[in-house]
Every structure is written in structure tokens, then in C-alpha cells.
Design a protein around this ligand. Structure first.
Ligand SMILES: [Ca+2]
Length: 502
């Protein structure tokens, strides 16, 4: 039999996991021994960002190697197909002789679109009302738990928590791991493999296994950082909006919420070991490149904010670790690389590592090349919550067109973004430099918020919270399956924000 030479790729993706929430990033409370070990045997990119820290746009960047501007979503468009003109990451691998399989969450439309993979074993977070019953729901049904996945009662976009309500083996993290191991064992031995293993956690619902929550019971959990700007009466309009959208948790509740979140992370970390062990037992571990990243982070109460969308570090900075094969010289073991990178860089990097030509459609840059960015541009939402960000590594400039507000942070000296420097005259020059770079990045409908070279933004109206009791993302009993909905309308929190700019 012809020996497979090209390395395999194990791409481990998680959802909503902040870059700082890793032992190897210096976090003293989280337990991530496996990921720390991957970082020690590879390169950890400490300044990696989600260009749009929202699920669908982030995943489009991963799968096409492009910026939000190129792939066409900086909002969250549930019914937007993948860009027809762009080859996908799995398709390019397959075109070059690989087998490519996805296990878990891919979040595309239509849901069963394989976007270039040979096969997708799908976990869709209970979105059967968009037209497809996913493989996890089928698995539960076959084992006598039809429609019971959400009977823990926790919401998809909310920060209550409870422990997992079924046997451990039915937890999505365990199921995704098992399916990943099976896919590795069932591989075609004549071709290299590309596995995209995509966990939906630590994204809410916060439903850790009891033993993982218990691990954190005796650990004092540090309270979130609250910047001086975050409680000011005249804080930017979108910040007020997000702070009012989620319930503000008491210190005690937030502490337990963080424990539940950390428990979901450690559970994933331990489960990853079984996949690595399977590669080892199949005798292909030493010929496998392992990549670990998240689609975006999670504020988890920092500055009174929850979830993502915003450009503060907890939301936009992500874990990005690549561990090469033992002889790979381009990935120096244990290196912490602080260049500015984004999700759009993953596709060019993985292709570069196995010497496959990078398609011209990619806007990303290979992270193993010497070429480095001077600035990185990130963007999120249109309308009242629109947020634009540019960073030159040391300084981060955030623009809220709603109310035409600015924030600037010195990340070298203020990594938790507590001190807004935008009104500090000593930093006028640094701010002007970044504004000049930002204006070059703006396009499309953003241009209506400029007058010549002047940023004018738009006036915002008074915020009136919708009377929905913060439960609009709640899932119910899924047997029989819920009725189909119009797929183009986002369900959950986003449609409560009446996104009008006045
Ligand atoms: Ca996500």
C-alpha cells in the first residue's frame, strides 16, 4: 500500500472561548492541561482575533480564508449561503487528495450543505426549526430521548446554569468526541485526513457535567474587570444596550456562572485527549498537525457585558494554537507569537503547512510566513449596535457610529481595558494615526457615517427594552420537531434590538 505522506490535520474548534481563558495564557483558575500541552508543543498566537466576533461571520472567515468584507457577513445572516465564488477550506484539501470530514457545529445554510466536506456529522444546537433534524437529535431519539436535549431548561443565549440532565455520554461534548474518534478510525488509509471537530460549548446553555462543576467548587473565582468607563452615565449607546439586554448577575451568581463556564471548558479539554489518543493508537499522531481555536470569545460579565459582538478582549481575542508534526521547523515548539492574526489566516496557514497552493480568493495571510500586519481591522453589526475596531497591537481603537463615540486602550499597559484613553490629550497622536488607518477600511453603508474625512456617525434614540423577559432564545421540547420558521430571521436576542439608526 502506498504510504500516506502529507500530514493529517486535526482542527479542533470551540465556540465562545476567550483567548485569555487558558492555563497557557496565564489564567490561574481554569484547568486546560491538554491545550496547554498542545501550546507547549507548538505555537500559541497570543494576539489572534475574530474579525467579526459573531458565530456565522466568524465561521465564514474560517471556512473561506477571507475577511467579513470579502465573504459578505458582519452581522449574522442565518439564511446566507456560502459565497459561491470562493473555494472552501475542506474543498481545497479534498481537491488535493485529502478526505475531509466535519463533526459537530458548522453553522451554515442550508444546514445540510457540506461546504466541501466529504461528510458532516452535524450538531445544530437545536435549530431543527430551520429545516433539518441534526445527527445528535437522531442519536438521542434512537436511544430513547427523542426531543429531550433542552429539558435542562437553560437557554441558548442566557447565563443561568445547571448541571447536565441526562447520562454523561449524551452530553454534546462527549457525543462530538465519540463521533470524531469513529471518523478517524473509519478513515480511508490511502489518503491523508482533514478532521474539523467543532464543539458547541462553552457557548450557553451552561450545562456542565456535575463532576466538572464540582472541580471548581473549592476554587475562588476572580471577579470580572469593570472599566471606569463601563458604569459612566454617558457610556456609548451600544454598551448600554448590551448591558440592559442581559440580566446583571449578582457577584455570587456570576461566580457560579463562571464556574459552570470553566467546567464546560475543562470537559472539552479532557475529551480532546481521547481524540489525540485515537490518533496515537491508529499510528498517525506523529503525522498529524493539530490546530485549536475558537470562533470568538465571551465577555462573561467583564464590564457588565455578556456574550460577544463587542470588540473588548474577552469577546474578540481568541485562542489560536498550532502544533506541528515533530519535524516541522516552521512552528517552533513553545513559541508565543504576538503578531496580529485573524480567523481569515487559518486557511492560508493550514494550506501552507502542507504545501498546497493558497487560492487567490483568500484575504488572510499564512501565519508561518514572515509577512506581518501593521494593523488588524475588525467589524461587527450594522445599525445602532455597529462597532468598528482597529489595532496596531499596542493600541486598540473602537468606534461606535451610534452616537459617534470612541474608545482607545493601551493593551500593553492596560490588558483588561479599564482605562479609556480616547479623551486623553496625551494620546491624541496615537488616536489620529489609528483613525487614519480606520477610514481606509470603511466601506459600503458605513460611508454614510463619514463626511469627507470626518467621522460623523449618527444620533441614537432613547433605548426602550423589549418586554420579553430575556427568554427569547429558549428552546423547548423537540419531539415532535418544532414548526419550521422563516430561516432569514435570526431567533433570540438579536431580533430584540430594533436595529434602526435614526
Ligand atoms: Ca459562536
Amino acid at each position: 500500500m502506498k504510504k500516506v505522506k502529507n500530514p493529517n490535520i486535526l482542527f479542533l474548534c470551540v465556540d465562545q472561548w476567550p483567548g485569555k481563558l487558558l492555563g497557557c495564557a496565564g489564567h490561574s483558575e481554569i484547568e486546560t492541561p491538554t491545550i496547554d500541552r498542545l501550546a507547549a508543543s507548538g505555537v500559541q498566537f497570543t494576539r489572534a482575533y475574530a474579525e467579526t466576533p459573531i458565530c456565522i461571520p466568524a465561521r465564514r472567515s474560517i471556512m473561506t480564508g477571507t475577511s467579513p468584507r470579502a465573504h459578505g457577513d458582519r452581522v449574522f445572516q442565518p439564511a446566507l449561503p456560502m459565497p459561491a465564488s470562493m473555494p472552501t477550506l475542506p474543498q481545497i484539501f479534498r481537491n488535493n487528495g485529502y478526505q475531509a470530514n466535519a463533526i459537530g457545529k458548522i453553522h451554515v445554510f442550508p444546514q445540510r450543505n457540506r461546504i466541501g466536506f466529504d461528510d458532516v456529522v452535524l450538531y445544530e444546537e437545536g435549530r431543527s426549526n430551520l429545516g433539518s433534524i441534526d445527527d445528535y437529535e437522531i442519536h438521542l431519539a434512537e436511544n430513547g430521548f427523542a426531543g429531550k436535549q433542552n429539558m435542562h431548561g437553560m437557554s441558548q443565549n442566557e447565563f443561568s446554569w445547571t448541571t447536565w440532565h441526562l447520562e454523561d455520554r449524551y452530553h454534546p461534548t462527549n457525543w462530538i468526541t465519540l463521533e470524531a474518534c469513529r471518523s478517524i478510525k473509519r478513515r480511508d488509509p490511502t489518503r491523508p485526513g482533514f478532521w474539523f471537530v467543532s464543539y458547541n460549548h462553552p457557548h450557553p446553555p451552561l450545562v456542565p457535567l456535575k463532576q466538572y462543576f464540582d472541580r471548581y467548587k473549592g476554587i475562588q473565582i476572580t471577579a470580572p474587570n469593570i472599566g471606569s468607563w463601563a458604569q459612566k452615565k454617558d457610556r456609548p449607546y451600544p454598551i448600554k444596550l448590551i448591558q440592559k439586554t442581559w440580566d446583571q448577575l449578582s457577584d455570587k451568581k456570576l461566580e457560579d456562572t463562571r464556574r459552570a463556564f470553566y467546567a464546560l471548558c475543562t470537559h472539552i479539554d479532557h475529551q480532546i485527549r481521547t481524540i489525540i489518543g485515537t490518533l496515537r493508537e491508529e499510528k498517525i499522531l506523529d503525522n498529524t498537525i493539530i490546530m485549536f481555536c475558537s470562533d470568538h470569545g465571551e465577555m462573561l460579565g467583564e464590564h457588565g457585558l455578556y456574550a460577544k459582538r463587542v470588540m473588548y478582549e474577552n469577546s474578540s481575542n481568541i485562542p489560536m494554537i498550532i502544533s506541528g508534526t515533530p519535524n516541522e521547523k516552521r512552528l517552533k515548539k513553545g513559541n508565543k507569537d504576538n503578531r496580529l492574526v485573524g480567523l481569515q489566516d487559518i486557511m492560508p496557514t493550514l494550506l501552507d503547512l502542507v504545501n498546497i497552493k493558497i487560492p487567490e480568493t483568500c484575504t488572510g495571510i499564512s501565519m508561518i510566513k514572515d509577512l506581518k500586519r501593521k494593523t488588524l481591522y475588525c467589524e461587527s453589526q450594522e445599525g445602532v449596535t455597529a462597532t468598528r475596531m482597529i489595532t496596531d497591537s499596542q493600541y486598540k481603537l473602537i468606534w461606535y457610529p451610534g452616537g459617534n463615540r470612541w474608545q482607545m486602550f493601551d493593551l500593553n499597559n492596560d490588558p483588561y481595558e479599564k482605562n479609556d484613553l480616547s479623551n486623553n490629550q496625551s494620546y491624541k497622536k496615537q488616536m489620529k494615526n489609528l483613525q487614519d488607518e480606520l477610514i481606509k477600511e470603511l466601506y459600503g453603508c458605513d460611508k454614510r457615517w463619514l463626511k469627507g474625512k470626518k467621522f460623523i456617525g449618527f444620533k441614537t434614540s432613547n433605548f426602550i427594552p423589549a418586554p420579553d423577559r430575556n427568554l427569547s432564545g429558549q428552546r423547548g421540547l423537540h419531539y415532535p420537531p418544532p414548526k419550521s420558521i422563516e430561516p432569514g430571521i435570526a431567533q433570540g436576542v438579536t431580533n430584540r434590538w430594533e436595529a434602526k439608526d435614526t
